[in-house]
Design a protein around this ligand. Sequence first.
Ligand code: SF4
Ligand code: SF4
Length: 312
Amino acid sequence: MTDQDFIDRAKELGFIAAGFSKPKTPIYFDSFLHWIKEVKVGHMAYLKRNIELRKDPQRLLEGLNTIISLAYPYPASKPSTPDGYTVSRYSTPQQQDYHLRLKGLGEKLCKLIKEMFPEGRSRICVDSTPILERSLAVTSGIGFIGKNNMLIVPGHGSYCFLAEILTTAQFSIPSLKEPENRCGSCTECIDSCPTGALNAPFYIDVSKCLSYLTVESKTDIDKRVAGKMGNTFFGCDICQEVCPLNRRDFPTISLPSKDSILAMTEMDFERTFGKTAFERAGLKKLKRNIMMLDPKPQQGRAFINKLDTAES
Ligand code: SF4
Ligand code: SF4
């Protein structure tokens, strides 16, 4: 079995791209270091930890020889409630959380590596490992980083999850030219970011980003920022949906109505959204986000006060 057979098998499993790179200091490590020193990361303080591991992936697996970067697609259509409220595409609320799905697929590929290299040891990384995955993906030749900071896979765009397999197996790593950045003079993503979080090409102020504020942040969204959420109550895809390199698609009605979500108990939430990406934010956060969209802010505030009382 050849390296190309491995890539073909990954594609049969649904990955849109797979590529190999050597475990070296990631090409954009210095930019990352500069960014992490400057930016406020709030509840994502973990980004400031394990800098040495991010610099040297060899520390993540003894005897590491090859890093395999993998891209897995998610739909271009936005999940919507019947009453027109939406969530970020990556949440794929009809499916199991992508961390679990990609881990399962990664395990199949690790089995294949074991057949190819019986002595090989492998480790799957889906988001939780301190690794500069977009840098490594660029070096593996599967895509380039757009001005919106997303990995863009040529011919597909940025609607994809990334995962890596670290392995001691020695794949032949072709010397690749970094894929050409196709942003050109376009600045659509920067011009369209509603909060100014994308304030320069290839730079994001996480503390202003709606993806962070509506999912990771433990605090309520500032009322002025909430006014910029449009009708989206989990995540934000604006800097991707304006990108000419992404496919456009109509929203799919795949969520219960806004009022049904607001009326959910924790048990209902578990039944409907257990093991989906929404678990990351949790029911209370989803409800708070929805109430921040409420056209009558006083009502929104009153509801949040009620939640506070119920939680204390
Ligand atoms: S996800 Fe939304 S808020 Fe965050 S950078 Fe992109 S457009 Fe701006
Ligand atoms: S919107 Fe334009 S500048 Fe931004 S990532 Fe897409 S092509 Fe690049």
